[in-house]
Design a protein around this ligand. Sequence first.
Ligand SMILES: [Zn+2]
Length: 350
Amino acid sequence: MTWQGIEGHDAIAARFAVAEAAGRVAGSYLFVGQPGVGKATFARALALALACEHPAEGLTACRQCASCIQALAGTHPDIDIVEKPPERATIPLDALIGSPDQRLRTGFCWRLLLRPALARRKVSILLDADHLSDEAANCLLKTLEEPPPGSVIILVGTTLERQLPTIRSRCQTVRFGPLAPETIAAILTHEQSTTADEPGVTDLSGIAQAAGGSLQRARLLLNDDVAVFRDRLLTLLAGQPLPGVDLSRETLTVVEAAGKEAPLRRARLRIILEQAVEFFRASLRQAAGGSLPADPTMAAAVQRRQLPGEDADTCLRHTLDALTGIERNANLGILIDAWSAKLEPQPSRG
Ligand SMILES: [Zn+2]
């Protein structure tokens, strides 16, 4: 059973259905969970159902009423979705409260105050809540504190730690867990069967295992360049000693092959570094006598390298730092160079 075609989050859907039946849907929600598990997709489906004129049992939209038709076309006057422009580091203040000459006469917070035009209520979704500047977050506080009666605000972020305490305390938190590998494999199989591309050439269950619960990561791994490089990356990371110069050069080549656009390059570097994080975490577990990862390629690399726990911990921290650097829009070439150099064994000081 999947709720409105969304895999893996039936329990959360059931909670909303109970809340709606009891008339206890809250005014402000904060969705958190790692990227690519379906939080934004869920938020959109929830908006559809909350706005539907005749929702079926279990809070399922009828997909036929005037409200559903507009929502499915993306033109619903009472469903508002704001996200960070890809080229910006944060959500612009103007998107929330209007440009300086239109202050508080346009924007997310202003639109929320309007009476619903079509649906039973207004549903406003703010994606990329991790990227709210302090100023923008402060503008949201009053809206979150006293949302107009019946309206629902959904903020979508990745972790609670990345939200300001003032935002967290005003929202009901909904945690989205990682997707099971079987769920990811089933979605990928379905997607491949509905596209014109030649199906069946890729090891879908292997990719589902390697994706760490994220459908987004699985889709990126499906890309041939990335899938091929993943094996190469694990070979490099398992090298004794680790070939830092090769790692740097080859990583940059794959990142640049993603295209000229910065968001595409950043997404690709993120997935490469996430694989490295997995490798060092697994090495750390192995050094502590824990079990090997389920993914056989990863397990083989970890066993080959036999990294001592202390070194695995240091490398893990350097890799997590590099991941944070991507978010800060750092120069990717410099970032990759610095990361690779830090992973190389340091000459011992006599
Ligand atoms: Zn409907």
